[in-house]
Design a protein around this ligand. Structure first.
Ligand code: CU
Length: 204
């Protein structure tokens, strides 16, 4: 029958509407608006916020030896970052690719070697290890509160369509599903009340 088909379709649409609705409820927080390379670092999942601290240590040659860790940090103006070589992964350096701060260490494989930079000015900088640029040995430093930010999911468990570059208009799918339910219910109601054929319309 047409009417039962309409109800079943409405129920299926209701399920889709609920799924999208849950997605929009995910907690959001601010992240620096990183240049594209920073988030391509193999160990990047989110920005680590070290605001409030005077000094932050970043390992050079972390993970498989070809990573900075943590790869993306957010610090206060005036804070110092100390890059510390692990000795793993061969010779590395720290060098600005683009951004507001000039970073440039020597290239070495010496364990315990350090390079430090005090970030007096606000801004965002994307840096890399030149010998391992092809391996995405990338990092980022965001400084101060006066920087461009984007909304980001908190934690790796909160990946939602909107955080993966899907347009916000996707949420209209949920609204559309609810409208479809309402329309099919109204259709069902009128079909049941007034019947399906003109012959039935007159009643007894
Ligand atoms: Cu390297």
């Amino acid at each position: 029958m047409r009417t039962s088909g309409g109800v079943a379709g409405g129920a299926a649409a209701a399920g889709a509407g609920l799924t999208v609705g849950v997605g929009t409820a995910a907690a959001q927080e601010e992240e620096p608006d990183w240049p594209e390379g920073v988030t391509d670092a193999p160990n990047y999942s989110e920005t680590e916020d070290f605001r409030g601290e005077d000094e932050v240590v970043v390992d050079v040659g972390a993970g498989d030896g070809l990573q900075f860790a943590p790869p993306a940090i957010w610090i206060d103006e005036g804070a110092t970052v100390v890059w510390e070589w692990t000795g793993e992964g061969g010779a590395h350096n720290v060098e600005t690719v683009e951004g507001d701060h000039d970073l440039g260490s020597e290239t070495t494989d010496e364990a315990g070697f350090t390079y430090e930079h005090t970030f007096e000015e606000g801004g965002i900088t994307f840096y890399h290890c030149l010998p391992h640029d092809a391996q995405n040995m990338f990092g980022g430093v965001a400084v101060g509160d006066d920087i461009d930010t984007v909304e980001a999911a908190e934690g790796p468990g909160a990946m939602e369509p909107t955080d993966m570059g899907v347009d916000i208009r996707e949420h209209y799918v949920g609204v559309g599903a609810i409208l479809a339910i309402v329309v099919s219910l109204i259709f069902t109601f009128y079909t049941l009340k007034y019947g399906e054929s003109p012959n039935a319309k007159g009643g007894n």
